[in-house]
Design a protein around this ligand. Structure first.
Ligand SMILES: Nc1ncnc2c1ncn2[C@@H]1O[C@H](COP(=O)(O)OP(=O)(O)OP(=O)(O)O)[C@@H](O)[C@H]1O
Ligand SMILES: [Mg+2]
Length: 256
């Protein structure tokens, strides 16, 4: 398996706060599903934002497909940003309430198109055809593209955010608690959808959650974070091994 992303010794401080990330290293290989679990406030979302380059890191390195990624190096930065997508916990916050869902859905493709990286003619017919195909992939009907976010359920909005994330055929999707706001039935439908899409489209993902059963279901390899440090890493079938870190054992006790 090739390494898609290698992040090493990532450190992050927020002004006036103690260090939030301590020497965090994470490798995600091509096609892999990696979990990140840890209690609230341990730094999971901070790490997600650092990996997505929406937040600067204080030290450490990110290497993508063998090339170091730096905000100052436009070419590596653009290549990386074009290959990585995100799905967040709150789909309502991720969608602009004032624009039609068609435009929200097509935002990443329109962006690439504007940059001339990707060729989709901007005529409305072809654009709507692409949008309908994306919606179909996530189990939504084409009529939804003409609505506004408030006209969708939470589950439908999250499906739309997933369609938007897969639209650019990313190599890696960072999923930060993507189902935590949803009720149990819808959560399980969305998790099934994500697994099915991964099989079909072959992207890697980093699945972040505080919910161990969900991470066990969704991921092959799992990293355990505590107070900004990765304290354990295991293949999912190794959860109950005696060599697990005491914190992982504590999490597993609840799960057993
Ligand atoms: N923008 C920010 N400015 C200052 N402090 C922040 C900022 N974002 C997060 N923090 C702090 O950094 C720490 C880690 O927060 P983070 O959101 O990364 O945790 P988390 O593991 O994602 O938690 P949760 O499971 O509740 O989402 C917390 O103490 C939080 O208060
Ligand atoms: Mg978080």
């Amino acid at each position: 398996m090739n390494n898609t992303l290698v992040a090493q010794n990532i450190e992050k401080y927020y002004s006036g706060k103690e260090k939030v990330l301590h020497q965090v290293s994470i490798t995600i290989r091509s096609g892999e599903s990696v979990g990140l679990i840890g209690e609230s406030g341990c730094g999971k979302s901070t790490l997600a934002r650092c990996l997505l380059l929406t937040q600067n890191i204080d030290s450490g390195s990110i290497v993508y497909q063998g090339t170091p990624v730096r905000a100052t190096d436009r070419s590596s930065f653009k290549k990386y940003k074009g290959s990585i997508q995100a799905v967040f916990q709150n789909p309502t916050a991720a969608l602009n309430p004032r624009i039609h869902l068609l435009n929200s859905l097509m935002e990443p493709l329109d962006h690439l198109n504007r940059r001339g990286w990707f060729y989709i003619k901007k005529n409305q017919h072809q654009r709507k055809e692409v949008a309908a195909q994306l919606l179909e992939l996530v189990g939504l009907g084409p009529d939804l593209m003409n609505r506004y976010p408030h006209e969708l359920s939470g589950g439908q909005k999250q499906r739309l955010c997933i369609a938007r994330a897969i639209s650019v055929e990313p190599n890696l999707i960072i999923m930060d608690e993507p189902t935590s706001n949803l009720d149990a039935l819808i959560q399980s439908e969305i998790l099934d959808l994500l697994r099915a899409l991964q099989k079909r489209l072959d992207f890697s993902y980093l699945f972040i959650s505080h919910d161990l059963p969900v991470v066990q279901q969704m991921c092959d390899r799992i990293l355990v974070m505590r107070k900004g440090q990765i304290v354990d890493e295991y293949m999912k079938e190794e959860l109950f091994d005696t060599m697990r870190h005491p914190y992982t054992q504590q999490l597993a006790k609840w799960y057993d």
